[in-house]
Design a protein around this ligand. Structure first.
Ligand SMILES: [Zn+2]
Length: 495
């Protein structure tokens, strides 16, 4: 208690002392009114001397990455897809150690502020480059900012902590446009594989090993996965033709369940594990996907399952092969040698930078793989036009028939487009047993090629109104030319 009283008295004396000094100063000012005002400032101010500027901080560029981005930010941006802003902040004329600073990002839409954030403190590089992720300040943007037109202003050292030669170059502003696109909808069909060579059954518990990779590399903000009931398949998947047969079976399911023109992707997941943990796969075809039709199949190989599925689903979205690893059916318009991804990519799930010198497009046979800007834009166009659509379903049956031999060669030689691009070109006629045409319906051509195997198939939805054919023919046409004619006794027979 006594100590407290002493402190209180000491405090009062100190306050009184200060007041007295203040009064004394005022008196001096009052006693010399004729003096020049500029010389009368002698308040007890201790000036803080600012240290002289030793360098200049500058924001020189912004790069907004969702999967891939060019130096001019002209790759399509997807609304509400996670994005990393790479801020190219630079220190120049620096003497001594590089300074650390923070970046403030201010976001506006139509001139109205919608939010701001400040990065952690980061040592500023004297030479920020695309190929060095650590040389830029990388900021995860709030997903709710990412739609419509977004104006971003990045400011370094906004609090003006670091003295600089110039404070006028500390901000940069850029506007980004985002596109709305439907989520990717995938139905995974777990295959129960009865292998005729080993006599074993290979099966895995239902799981989804693909959507994570697809979400990172595809121009969508969501991948919606449904797990289908398992499908039994018996055969020898060391043979490309059996992959074609399996793909045909899944296509029949897709045609009947989702319906032609559905944007749903049916993906058959082939296991490589028996009950005794042994596998059957020793190289060769490990996946197959129609070009331009949304059905594919792929091997569940572990860490590579995601990119391998992305390759097949890339075919489904109309992509041909990129030129590395000697695939057939190479896209003549692919712009980069050796199937480079062409521009830098960023996997926003873990901030991995993908260098175009080292990384190959996912539509090639080379790895490590990522998506090029070219493939990304192609995937976007397809999903933009075809995403979010229901199929033409109704009473009836979807029939498919694999085409081989010279008929398949003719079909391939004449076809310029596969899938949706060729809509309306192919038809199927229903003929009675006297050869009279009873009805005509649209048909689809399906083509897949992988590792030297080319599979060709025709499919069509025969509505119930056609009645049950008890003896007759189905005639497939490419324009006016008959591709093939098959006799049928009942609708499900062709598949
Ligand atoms: Zn392929």
């Amino acid at each position: 208690m006594r100590k407290h009283e002493l402190r209180l008295i000491a405090g009062i004396l100190l306050v009184l002392g200060s007041t007295w000094i203040g009064l004394f100063h005022q008196r001096i000012v009052a006693a010399a009114p004729e003096r020049n005002q500029a010389n009368e400032v002698f308040l007890p101010i201790i000036p803080i001397r600012s240290s002289p500027p030793m360098n200049d901080l500058q924001v020189i560029h912004l790069g907004l990455f969702q999967s891939v981005q060019s130096q001019s930010n002209d790759v399509t941006l997807i609304a509400h897809k996670p994005a990393i802003l790479r801020v190219y902040a630079q220190v120049s004329d620096s003497i001594g150690p590089a300074p650390a600073s923070r970046i403030r990002i201010d976001a506006r839409r139509n001139g109205t502020p919608i939010g701001s954030l400040t990065s952690d403190s980061h040592v500023i590089s004297s030479h920020p480059t695309s190929e060095d992720m650590a040389s830029t300040i990388n900021v995860d943007l709030p997903v709710e900012w990412l739609s419509g037109s977004l104006e971003l202003t990045a400011t370094i050292d906004g609090a003006d902590v670091i003295p600089e030669f110039s404070e006028a170059n500390n901000s940069i502003r850029a506007t980004f446009q985002f596109q709305d696109v439907a989520p990717l909808e995938i139905v995974i069909i777990p295959i129960t594989y009865n292998d005729t060579v080993t006599g074993k059954t290979y099966a895995e518990a239902a799981h989804d090993p693909i959507s994570g990779w697809l979400l990172s590399a595809f121009p969508v903000n969501a991948v919606k996965v449904t797990i289908h009931a398992p499908l039994q398949f018996t055969g020898n998947l060391r043979q490309g033709d059996d992959w074609g047969r399996l793909l045909g079976e899944i296509t029949t399911l897709w045609g009947n369940e989702a319906g032609p023109d559905s944007s749903q992707i049916y993906f058959g997941l082939v296991p490589n594990r028996a009950a005794d943990s042994s596998g059957w796969f020793n190289g060769g075809v490990s996946g197959l996907g129609w070009i331009g039709q949304r059905v594919s199949v792929g091997l569940d190989t572990g860490p590579d399952t995601g990119p391998a599925a992305a390759h097949e689903i890339g075919h489904n979205l109309g992509r041909r092969h990129a030129p590395c690893g000697n695939p057939s059916g190479v896209d003549p318009h692919f712009p980069y040698p050796n199937a480079s991804i062409g521009v830098f990519g960023v996997d926003t799930s873990d901030e991995t930078l993908l260098d175009p010198i080292l990384t190959h497009d996912m539509m090639s046979y080379c790895g490590p793989e990522w998506v090029s800007d070219y493939t990304y834009e192609g995937l976007f166009q397809d999903q933009y036009l075809r995403g979010g659509k229901s199929g033409h379903r109704g009473q009836g049956t979807y029939i498919t028939t694999l085409v081989d031999g010279p008929q398949a060669d003719d079909l391939l030689a004449k076809s310029e487009n596969f899938g949706q691009a060729a809509a309306g070109r192919y038809r199927v006629q229903v003929l009675n047993d006297k050869g009279a045409i009873l009805a005509s319906y649209p048909a689809e051509l399906y083509v897949a090629e992988e590792m030297g195997t080319t599979v060709t198939m025709l499919g069509a939805f025969i509505p119930a109104e056609a009645g049950t054919l008890t003896g007759g023919n189905l005639r497939f046409l490419d324009g006016d030319q008959v591709v093939l004619e098959k006799s049928v006794k009942a609708w499900p027979e062709l598949k």
